[in-house]
Design a protein. Structure first.
Length: 193
């Protein structure tokens, strides 16, 4: 399995250079939200992207899935009273999310696929969560030189990310190589049949 994120590096998740390279508004836009969806943020970390997505769901719900308790705790500390009504935090190292099959309109994975690309259980859970017609949105570090992010040998290129999504049985509907939509990240949107 790919390397797990080291929680000692949690402060890097909100580094201004990282946020400039991947603005939260860009992630929200890729999700194509109407405001009433159920979104699963799979690998939510400390909530850097979770919170802006939740704010875009005035009549919806967000389930933040994080396997590392230290990160889930930091996310929980950031929730305002209003967001506590929208966001449910699920700590789970066993790839199990307590939702019905097909409960999610969207599943978001930000900088997570390179950690889970070879974890069949996690990928099957993501697919199980999506309703027919639901979207998986993957935004991850691309395989190009950059001043921030993990080493190049720890990330996937767009062809490899596409192959993972294809193996999940999802249909790619939009993709962007690093340097097109986002400077250092690839973006991929796929639908469940």
């Amino acid at each position: 399995m790919a390397d797990a994120f080291d929680p000692r590096h949690a402060a890097r998740l909100s580094d201004p250079a990282r946020l400039a390279a991947l603005p939260p508004a860009s992630v929200v836009q890729l999700l194509r939200l109407g405001g009433a969806e159920t979104v699963v943020d799979y690998g939510a970390g400390t909530g850097v992207y979770t919170l802006p997505v939740a704010e875009a769901l005035p009549a919806g719900r967000l389930v933040a899935v994080e396997a590392l308790p230290q990160l889930a705790e930091q996310l929980g500390a950031k929730l305002t009273p209003d967001l506590r009504e929208t966001v449910q935090i699920v700590e789970g190292a066993d790839n199990t999310v307590p939702l019905e099959d097909g409960a999610a309109d969207r599943v978001l994975m930000v900088d997570t696929l390179h950690h889970l690309h070879d974890d069949a259980g996690a990928l099957a859970e993501v697919t199980r969560l999506l309703r027919p017609g639901g979207l998986l949105v993957v935004v991850d570090w691309g395989d190009r030189e950059r001043p921030v992010g993990p080493p190049l040998d720890h990330v996937l290129g767009l062809p490899a990310a596409r192959e993972v999504v294809r193996r999940m049985g999802l249909q790619e509907i939009e993709s962007h190589a690093p340097g097109t939509l986002l400077p250092y990240h690839l973006a991929l949107v796929a639908a469940k049949a």
